[in-house]
Design a protein around this ligand. Structure first.
Ligand SMILES: [Zn+2]
Length: 78
């Protein structure tokens, strides 16, 4: 059995009508979490204790949060 299906389906672009263009929120790229100084890598972000490696916490004014599992760690206020 040979199925020669001609896949010519192109996803039709949805026309946005009557909607104002919103400011796109861009998440910080992962490579910005690292800084290489003379061969040594320093991490500027904390890793999530729940998710482990590769998942970094988002920095807020008074807390650090994980966007994956929802972990929140409050900063010590002086
Ligand atoms: Zn997490």
């Amino acid at each position: 059995m040979s199925s020669t299906a001609t896949a010519t389906e192109a996803p039709a672009p949805k026309a946005s009508s009557g909607r104002k263009p919103r400011k796109k929120r861009v998440s910080t790229p992962i490579y910005k979490f690292f800084q290489v100084k003379s061969g040594a890598v320093t991490r500027s972000r904390k890793e999530c204790p729940r998710c482990g490696r590769g998942v970094y916490l988002a920095e807020h004014k008074d807390r650090l949060t994980c966007g994956k599992c929802g972990y929140t760690s409050y900063r010590k206020t002086k």
